[in-house]
Design a protein around this ligand. Structure first.
Ligand SMILES: Cc1cc2nc3c(=O)[nH]c(=O)nc-3n(C[C@H](O)[C@H](O)[C@H](O)COP(=O)(O)OP(=O)(O)OC[C@H]3O[C@@H](n4cnc5c(N)ncnc54)[C@H](O)[C@@H]3O)c2cc1C
Length: 385
């Protein structure tokens, strides 16, 4: 671990994930600031990190990252650092031995209920199946009110139990509410305008962002190694867990973790599409053959099997009222820290919120804008904050 005191720093960034890379790049390129980026992991790109497995197949080390956005300006910005290629995010769900398109679409409904349907007859069928609940208070009620009990039990109930180790009735409606139900044959996982992947991978994209003479990057370096020793003239951006920043003084924020098993196969393709969900079978929730979307041509392949876990890397904030309340208390401490010491909390861990990559990059650009406006005057020539 590096314990060097870094001099001549305008902006200190904790975390070389998407947020840290974007803010560092903007500050160096647009403002000419000297930026120091530290990360405790041995690589850049945060959870978007990808790397070649032993057989040379590019894998996503922290779970599949399907880049999508409807924000053309955002894609234009990112295209400075990578070429983007179209990607087909097709997901199927294995239920009763059959693979169904997921999210549920017209084909799913036809196969599941064993009859031919069009949009109008499917809507009529769903209307008969729906459980009338005017204001769903949890995920179970939400799904029952949209698709009825049979589809809920086949596709959602056990998947949610495995994923969260919690019953859907104990989870916020938004947990299952993110999955649409389609009355057409669109088999894509998401509906965004741009569904694309950076050619060459995410790690290369984010490494290119940091490749600037004004940016220094030190890996294998926890924030504690520079905290209090390096005094940035303008501001600090903190992308780590918000509770950890405050030494967990109010208690730990809960997270759901994941374990990944990467299995090589000496065949070109192992499964028909990038992702298969297993709501009712196995301990793992999904198998992912990321080669379907990275654009890599390779005679062999790798499939990752993803199993939810209570211990391990913090991946998903737990969407319960108690954790939201605890986060709100940390947020109040963070706001004071921002005012007094110009520490800006940005990103999925610092804001205790699940963001997709495009969304978190929008957050980062907005945070940069705030820092730019508020921190134009360096601390040394500024009254103490
Ligand atoms: C399983 C999974 C699947 C996902 N799939 C998708 C997807 O399909 N599409 C999509 O768009 N998004 C997806 N995401 C979301 C995406 O990963 C995030 O939006 C993005 O990585 C958040 O960027 P970030 O910079 O906020 O955090 P991170 O990527 O987590 O980066 C934070 C960095 O800070 C470092 N750090 C933390 N604390 C410290 C410390 N104290 N000292 C030093 N360094 C520290 C970490 O090591 C890490 O490198 C997925 C996320 C998960 C967990």
């Amino acid at each position: 671990m590096s314990r060097t005191v870094f001099e001549d720093v305008d902006l200190l960034v904790c975390g070389a994930g998407p947020v840290g890379c974007v803010i560092a790049e903007r500050a160096a390129n647009l403002l000419g600031w000297n930026v120091l980026v530290v990360d405790r992991r041995p690589h850049v790109a945060g959870n978007c990190h990808d790397s070649p497995a032993a057989n040379g197949v590019l894998v996503h080390n922290y779970g599949p990252h399907y880049f999508r956005t409807s924000d053309e300006a955002l894609l234009r910005y990112l295209s400075q650092f990578a070429e983007f290629i179209p990607a087909n995010y097709e997901v199927r769900s294995l239920v009763r031995g059959t693979e169904f398109p997921f999210p549920i679409n017209l084909t799913t409904l036809e196969r599941f209920f064993g009859r031919a349907l069009d949009a109008a007859s499917a809507e009529k069928l769903l209307a008969e199946k729906r459980v009338p609940i005017a204001k769903p208070a949890n995920s179970e009620e939400f799904v029952l009110s949209r698709v009825g009990r049979e589809l809920y039990e086949a596709f959602y109930l056990n998947y949610t139990l495995k994923q969260w180790d919690a019953h859907p009735r104990d989870l916020d409606p938004s947990v299952c509410g993110r999955v649409p139900v389609r009355l057409d044959r669109d088999h894509r996982y998401v509906g965004h305008t741009f569904q694309v992947m950076p050619k060459g991978g995410f790690t290369r994209l984010f490494a290119r962002m940091l490749d600037h003479p004004k940016i220094r990057v030190t890996l294998d370096t926890p924030f504690s190694a520079v905290r209090g020793r390096t005094r940035p003239r303008r501001a600090t951006v903190y992308c780590g867990p918000i509770d950890e920043y405050f030494d967990n003084r109010l208690g730990r924020l809960p997270y759901r973790s994941l374990q990944f098993e990467f299995v090589p196969y000496q065949v070109e393709w192992r499964q028909p599409c990038v992702q298969i969900n297993y709501p009712n079978d196995f301990a793992h929730t999904r198998s992912v053959e990321i080669k379907h979307v990275t654009g890599q041509a390779h005679p062999e392949t790798v499939v990752s099997y993803e199993t939810p876990a209570s211990e391990g890397e913090p991946f998903y904030p737990v969407p319960r009222k108690e954790s939201a309340a605890l986060y709100a208390r940390y947020r109040a401490l963070a706001d004071t820290e921002t005012q007094r010491h110009r520490v800006y909390f940005c990103g999925r861990l610092a804001q205790y919120r699940y963001f997709n990559t495009d969304e978190v990059i929008q957050e980062a650009l907005a945070c940069f804008q705030t820092i730019r406006e508020r921190c134009a005057v360096p601390v040394s020539s500024h009254p103490a904050v």
